[in-house]
Design a protein around this ligand. Structure first.
Ligand code: UDX
Length: 455
């Protein structure tokens, strides 16, 4: 069976956003490390951002080849176009390999792209959905799909008690559940994936069993989730991050050496790293308050601003000096792995949370939308690896509040406990993906089932 491995070919289909490409590409790399042929299929617009030596890359089309969803008139129109054009072009990729030495045996697709399962069935091959949110958040959508929770989940129905989850206030809920009208097309796509869950041969999730034990216990036998994360660059297992410490995908050009050179000048665990991921558009008054908070902390900081650069207060920019470094984009994983980083102010995107946990960095949570409020709840109350900044009446986290939270996780009374927990979770995360760990075993079982089918 061993020498058949190269004949097993998994086509991994991404949704073309940074927070979705990263874990799917990483999964393809894990498969390749187990000598399985893995090919990443991603849109024309994002294909040029992928650098992977062990994984093949194939472009497909979402119908907007120049600029992706920014070109589309609406989310609904984008998702419909992706379904139609994506199905066709994904089928073309499968046909390309049909008579080769390694025809495609399985499609692992971002769970938002439910139509990929139809393509798999059309060719009589395996289909597996990959969840890019936490299992806990997934379970809430699953509850809705099974009529166990109704929308909108709002003030009248909270605090909410659901199996395996902590008691949730409305501010802890995924924004799509608390305000379903905020993005109906996206919510519909999210919910659709939970309707067809059992039709998949596997439902994989970018999380690990130890992290969401209670939830898994509560949902045992009810749903088919297989935990295979954290899907972060595995080079971190070696302690000394070197070489392959990046995902190998950057939709934006990262400021590389400059960040590392700057970090090298800072004492151990002294730097605040600030990033709000790839999607969050931060209001100008919030940018202002973050700047005030960082200034007040008197600590060195590295701030990824993306398109929010022009919102930075001029006097702040002029006074940054050597204390701070402001960049548009960086290699976040490499930065978080640097010994100088002592705190992560984050929007709590699921990848950012897993990266912080895997690298043992304490968190100040400033959630924006989607699954982020729920992730923030877990950060503060379940895993206890950080604190959540409180918003004022206008929905803004003030500079004073941010400074208070930074002090709490870096130097304050709670910091010792947080640091202990952070080390604990880092070890659990490493163990899960190391040889024989829970996630590694689950990936092995996935591969063995494919091998058996092939043999
Ligand atoms: C989105 C959602 O917000 C998130 O909640 C969901 O779970 C996945 O999709 P995003 O907002 O981009 O993702 O956040 P996150 O999940 O944290 O992903 C961002 C990725 O970009 C991370 O892997 C991070 O390492 C990377 N990144 C971010 C960089 O490489 N450089 C940066 O400067 C900032």
């Amino acid at each position: 069976m061993e020498n058949q491995r190269e004949r097993v070919h998994v086509l991994v289909l991404t949704y073309p956003a940074q927070g979705h490409i990263n874990p799917l590409l990483q999964f393809a790399k894990r498969l390749a490390s187990k000598r399985v042929k893995a090919t990443l299929a991603t849109t024309h617009y994002t294909v040029k951002s992928i650098h992977a030596t062990t994984v093949g890359v194939e472009p497909i089309s979402d119908g907007f080849d120049e600029g992706g969803f920014k070109q589309a008139p609406s989310v609904k129109a984008y998702l419909e176009s992706f379904k139609t054009v994506g199905s066709r072009t994904l089928a073309e990729v499968i046909l390309k390999y049909k008579d080769s030495e390694s025809p495609v045996n399985c499609i692992v697709y971002d769970s938002l792209l439910t139509w990929a399962l139809d393509v798999a069935r059309q060719f009589g091959i395996y289909g597996a959905a990959m969840m890019t949110n936490s299992a806990s958040v997934c379970s809430m959508y699953w509850q809705i799909n099974h009529g166990l929770l109704t929308l909108p989940v709002n003030q009248e129905t909270v605090p909410l008690t659901l199996p395996g989850l902590p008691s949730l206030a409305s501010s802890d809920l995924p924004s799509f559940l608390a305000q379903p009208a905020s993005n109906p097309a996206y919510l519909a796509a999210i919910l659709e994936q939970f309707g067809s869950l059992n039709k998949n041969d596997w439902v994989l999730c970018n999380s690990f069993e130890e992290l969401e034990k209670e939830l898994l216990r509560a949902m045992l036998g009810l749903w088919p989730l297989v935990m295979i994360g954290p899907l972060v660059p595995s080079a971190y297992l070696d302690q000394q991050i070197a070489g392959d410490s990046a995902y190998g995908a950057n939709i934006w050009e990262p400021t590389g050496d400059r960040c590392m050179r700057w970090l090298a000048t800072k004492p151990e665990k002294s730097v605040i790293y600030v990033s709000f991921g790839s999607m969050a558009d931060i209001a100008a008054n919030q940018v202002d308050e973050i700047a005030r908070g960082l200034k007040a902390s008197e600590k060195p900081f590295l701030w990824v601003v993306k398109e929010n650069e022009n919102k930075l207060p001029v006097e702040f920019v002029n006074s940054v000096g050597e204390t701070g470094l402001v960049v548009r984009w960086c290699n976040q994983f490499e930065v978080l792995a640097h010994q100088a980083v002592g705190c992560f102010i984050t929007h709590c995107g699921w990848n950012s949370i897993l990266e912080g946990l895997s690298l043992g960095v304490a968190v100040v949570a400033v959630p924006q939308f989607s699954d982020q409020p729920t992730n923030a709840k877990f950060v503060e109350e379940v895993w206890e690896v950080g604190v959540r900044a409180k918003k004022n009446k206008a929905g803004i986290v003030t500079g004073e509040e941010l400074n208070k939270c930074v002090n709490e996780v870096m130097d304050g009374e709670r910091s010792q406990k947080i640091k202990r927990n952070v080390s604990k979770w880092r070890e659990f995360a490493k163990k899960a993906v190391s040889a024989g760990g829970s996630s590694d075993k689950n990936i092995d079982e996935f591969v063995v089932r494919l091998l058996k089918a092939d043999g």
